[in-house]
Design a binder for this molecule. Structure first.
Ligand code: SF4
Length: 245
């Protein structure tokens, strides 16, 4: 364990072959379903064992919009690393006012101040993998230990890492089922739905920020740049690790 780190769960359950086959079948059959139908399927299948993680990206906001009418008591959480933009934190409150869904903050065991004091300063530039590991992955591991399935807003066309994401599948990293209702949607389709239904979104999107994570590791992108070019810009890192295998 390193300075200020959370302790990740030591054992991650692996699915049986039968479970994996059932999930693959479900995923195939949901490939042509709407996101709302997929969410409804997940709610019916997993009930209170279903949770959702969101960084308040447009996809997450849209899923919350649908959840509000399908299953508003679903536990939704945000990984509050302590480094998020104020606009992101404000969006959490706007969503609560609009939908009555209070997204819970899941936090690491140390504040940013404690973490940086223990590490002799911020490590997001020098050791971003460790920073994400300790302030994101360990936290989501802790939360998901209490659930059987989680839902996320990832899309296949966001990055090569996400290109093969099933609608429903086993998440080997966390030992739970992962449901991605927007896996086969495009960015344009997401924004069409957001505009049509007047779904709250992060105002930073109107200032050139396409994919938004922690403030020190996110920049605005120019037109023509890749959707995720503004994340960990200038380093080889492209994912925090939550959605990579
Ligand atoms: S995105 Fe940056 S600040 Fe946030 S946890 Fe990862 S390395 Fe740390």
């Amino acid at each position: 364990m390193t300075a200020g780190s959370d302790t990740a769960a030591s054992t991650v359950r692996e699915a049986t072959a039968a479970e994996r086959e059932e999930l693959a079948r479900a995923s195939r059959s949901l490939e042509s379903a709407s996101p709302e139908e997929i969410i409804r399927w997940a709610v019916d299948r997993y009930g209170q064992g279903l949770t959702m993680a969101t960084a308040f990206g447009p996809e997450g906001c849209l899923i919350i919009h649908w959840l509000a009418s399908i299953a508003p008591t679903t536990y939704v959480f945000n990984l509050d690393t302590g480094y998020q933009f104020q606009e992101t934190l404000d969006l959490r409150d706007r969503i609560a006012r609009r939908y009555g869904i209070e997204v819970a903050y899941a936090r690491p065991g140390t504040s940013v101040e404690e973490y940086e004091r223990l590490n002799g300063g911020p490590i997001y530039r020098t050791e971003p993998d460790r920073c994400c590991g300790e302030r994101k992955l360990a936290v989501v591991t802790r939360v998901l230990a209490g659930y059987t399935a989680w839902m996320s807003g990832i899309r296949r066309d966001q990055s090569p890492d996400r290109a093969a994401s099933p609608i429903v599948g086993w998440d080997h990293k966390f030992g739970v089922v992962k449901v991605s209702p927007l896996a086969n949607w495009t960015k344009a389709k997401v924004w069409d739905a957001i505009v049509r239904d007047n779904v709250p979104y992060n105002p930073l999107h109107d200032k050139g920020y396409v994919s938004i994570g922690c403030a020190p590791c996110t920049r605005a992108v120019s037109s023509g740049e890749d959707e995720r070019a503004g994340r960990w810009s200038g380093s080889a890192k492209t994912e925090c690790g939550l959605h990579s295998r």
